[in-house]
Design a binder for this molecule. Structure first.
Ligand SMILES: [Mg+2]
Length: 450
């Protein structure tokens, strides 16, 4: 079969769960025991060679529901010509969010929308691989008019029109080659959340905070919001450990009511927090605006649980956030995140993406790098979250040096996982989970070693 006739032959899905809750990795005020998980998707083709890999992230129970949502979309994908899909992933995106029966489950939010994101991201992975470029470069090299064609402007035009988006992208092309060279040389700034999980002891927090500074990070993040006396003690210990010049962000993971968020943040102000993240419900646009006014000069950051481009639009219109934290796998994939990046650029709000989990660092680095090279042209006050868990399961894992993400050079979206990891952690029949369920069998540690 010739390459031009090649089609998508299957959408294979996998429920992959890592037992991270056993080490309290990832613990915060609302999520005390996450098992970091991926609803993982492989687009198989009749072309041979490249496949498209994508996933969305969950924290354990319900990952089977997420996989079922991806499976429900496969009828829209199987049979598509590969060349057409890769030339225009936007058509796939529109067909997936436009399935009128599945749309009832959202619309454009939650499990179904995340499933769309997993499939759409897999299509972009395939497109970038076939072009022989890492996704950030694939996007940065693209014609601005084509990028605009990939964005769904429905519900956005009161804040951002296609003409405005085109102007932003054309301006972003100026000097892009120099910035791409700079990116390859320096990388993209990162900050680390690894010291600050709520379940860690003060000793572990202090040790990891010092280590982060020694490794070149200029910003760390601490989880807060469960107990104020604990937060005061932990913030004091962290500030002492890192000194006055390191940015220290705080993350409440949606714990508070609006007034409580203002009071609690003010009670921690003496430790000079840089931002307060997810202070309240991610749906509460006006609440975030009130909190922002109340905690100034501490910044307000949110986005990892923001459903879609429409809510981001409102947060920006309402002046409700200082830092926009898009997530590569929460919304409907690259197409919708292009819209979010363009909105942030229009409003002049820096994007500091959410990452961590399983593979979120691997994915989202490409979006920030594209933004730097060919949209906003700056990394000022921008940094990608970094958490040092589970990267070993990826074929093209992120590389951090001197507090920066190194720019990926392998073709694709860095989404592909090693076969051995999939076989070990597939739930419930992977080797780790079957051994774990067997009485008398010794468990294995979080890395799968006995
Ligand atoms: Mg967070």
């Amino acid at each position: 079969m010739s390459a031009t006739q090649a089609r998508i032959t299957a959408v294979d899905t996998y429920d992959i769960r890592f037992p991270t809750s056993r080490e309290l990795d990832g613990s915060d005020a609302m999520n005390p025991d996450p098992d970091y998980s991926a609803a993982y998707v492989v687009l198989r083709t009749s072309a041979g060679g490249h496949e498209g890999h994508g996933f969305t992230f969950t924290i354990g129970r319900g990952n089977d529901v997420q996989v079922a949502a991806v499976d429900a979309l496969s009828q829209h994908v199987v049979g598509r010509p590969v060349v057409e899909l890769c030339a225009d992933p936007g058509t796939l995106y529109r067909d997936l969010i436009g399935d009128s029966q599945l749309r009832w489950l959202g619309p454009e939010k939650g499990v179904m929308h995340m499933a769309v994101g997993a499939v759409v991201n897999a299509a972009w992975d395939l497109a970038a691989k076939r072009a022989g470029k890492p996704l950030w470069r694939f996007l940065a090299d693209a014609d601005p008019a084509w990028l605009v064609s990939q964005v769904d402007f429905r519900y956005l035009t009161d804040a951002l029109t296609p003409d405005e988006a085109l102007a932003l992208l054309r301006e972003g092309k100026q000097g892009a080659d120099d910035r791409a060279a700079d990116l390859l040389r320096r990388g993209y700034p990162a900050y680390t959340t690894s010291p600050g999980w709520l379940g860690y002891s003060d000793e572990k927090l202090t040790r990891l905070a010092r280590k982060a500074v020694a490794e070149g990070f200029t910003q760390i993040k601490l989880k807060v919001g469960a107990d104020l006396a604990d937060d005061v003690r932990r913030c004091r210990a962290a500030r002492l450990a890192v000194g006055p010049d390191i940015r220290m962000a705080l993350d409440a993971n949606q714990r508070w009511n609006v007034a409580e968020a203002v009071e609690w943040t003010k009670a921690l102000a003496e430790f000079d927090p840089y931002w307060i993240e997810e202070p309240t419900s991610p749906d509460d646009v006006l609440g975030h605006a009130t909190i922002r006014r109340g905690v100034h000069p501490v910044k307000v950051a949110t986005g990892e649980h923001v459903h879609n481009r429409v809510v981001f639009k409102q947060l920006l219109q309402a002046g409700a956030l200082d830092v926009l934290q898009l997530d590569a796998a929460r919304v409907a994939g690259v197409n919708e995140n292009l819209a979010v990046l363009l909105l942030a650029a229009k409003f002049g709000v820096p994007v500091c993406p959410h990452a961590g989990g399983v593979g979120l660092c691997e994915l989202v680095q490409h979006l920030s790098m594209f933004d730097y090279v060919a949209l906003t042209g700056t990394t000022e006050d921008r940094a990608i979250e970094y958490v040092d868990h589970l990267h070993q399961h990826f074929v093209d894992p992120v590389t951090i040096s001197d507090g920066h993400y190194r720019a990926p050079t392998s073709p694709g979206f860095s989404a592909e996982m090693h076969r051995a990891g999939i076989d070990t952690y597939r739930y419930p029949d992977g080797r780790f989970w079957t051994a774990d369920a067997t009485p008398g069998e010794p468990g294995t540690d979080k890395e799968g070693h006995a």
